[in-house]
Design a protein around this ligand. Structure first.
Ligand SMILES: [Zn+2]
Ligand SMILES: [Zn+2]
Length: 275
């Protein structure tokens, strides 16, 4: 499948080109046996709006970043190990067609491609790489996934109390457990969600009750009665609210970047990849 590309000059050059576009802000990407299989621009649904992001599919990781200057400069690099990834189809919305969800334990988000064919290419290539990674590592497919954040625009009122109306002064918060948009009053509690962060995170009142109950049930099974539940806590958080994720911070005018996808192995070896 991709082995024939692994030690080729062209593969090294492609990876070096990606590294150079991210510059010092990115991680080194070249590894023995790692192959860059394809790249392209997808629209990622972020908290405040959908934004173009450049994606690179390697045989073991998916890398994406924001576009400063097309084909020259990228930043805010994120690296997702493919063995953690599951994909899920999403229905089209008024704003976006050809959507799907990329789920991992730490973060889940929706992306869309410019055409149905592009979507099919991405999904089948990613899924094939995930299968191969799982087979190679002997790991079971991952089952724990972060809840995707409901976009801010999806609601004007708190999704828990349905009373609080958001405004310039009354800001939206996101529950890290369910991804709902909630008011400050409904998300006072913090809970330790180890797969997301070493620090307790903002959760909504409903999730807090459920998580605390699960924790009590777990502690009961262990016959452990000592001390308060370690993960539970309310009031002051040890970590500041990170609602304003990296995704929302840049203001580059890259919205007219043409979406396209390029799978290097297409034509020559992609069909054999699937064999
Ligand atoms: Zn509320
Ligand atoms: Zn919640």
């Amino acid at each position: 499948m991709v082995e024939h590309l692994a030690n080729t000059e062209v593969n090294s050059q492609r990876i070096a080109a990606v590294e150079s576009c991210f510059g010092a802000s990115g991680q080194p990407l070249a590894l023995p046996g790692r192959v860059l299989l394809g790249e392209g621009v997808l629209t990622k649904e972020c908290r405040k709006k959908a934004k173009p992001r450049v994606f690179f599919l390697f045989n073991d990781i998916l890398v994406y970043g924001s576009i400063v200057l097309s084909r020259r400069r990228y930043r805010s690099q994120r690296i997702i190990p493919l063995e953690e990834v599951t994909l899920e189809p999403l229905p089209e919305t008024l704003q976006a067609k050809n959507r799907w969800m990329i789920r991992t334990a730490k973060k889940s988000f929706a992306v869309s491609a410019a055409s149905a064919t592009e979507r099919q290419e991405w999904v089948s290539h990613i899924e094939e790489c995930v299968r191969r990674q799982l087979r190679a590592t002997g790991r079971p497919p991952s089952t724990e996934h972060a809840a995707p954040w409901i976009p801010d625009k999806a609601t004007d009122i708190c999704m828990r109390c349905t009373q609080t109306r958001f405004s310039a002064l009354t800001r939206r918060h996101h529950c890290r457990q369910c991804g709902f948009v909630v008011c400050a009053e409904c998300s006072r509690a913090r809970f330790l969600l180890p797969r997301l962060s070493p620090k307790p995170l903002r959760v909504c009142s409903l999730c807090y009750r459920e998580l605390a109950a699960q924790q009590r049930a777990g502690a009961g099974e262990d016959d452990a009665g000592e001390g308060p539940p370690a993960g539970a806590g309310s009031g002051a958080s040890s970590g500041e609210d990170e609602d304003d994720s990296e995704d929302d911070k840049e203001g580059s005018g890259d919205s007219d970047w043409p979406s396209r996808v390029k799978f290097y192995a297409a034509g020559v070896s992609w069909s054999s990849f699937h064999s």
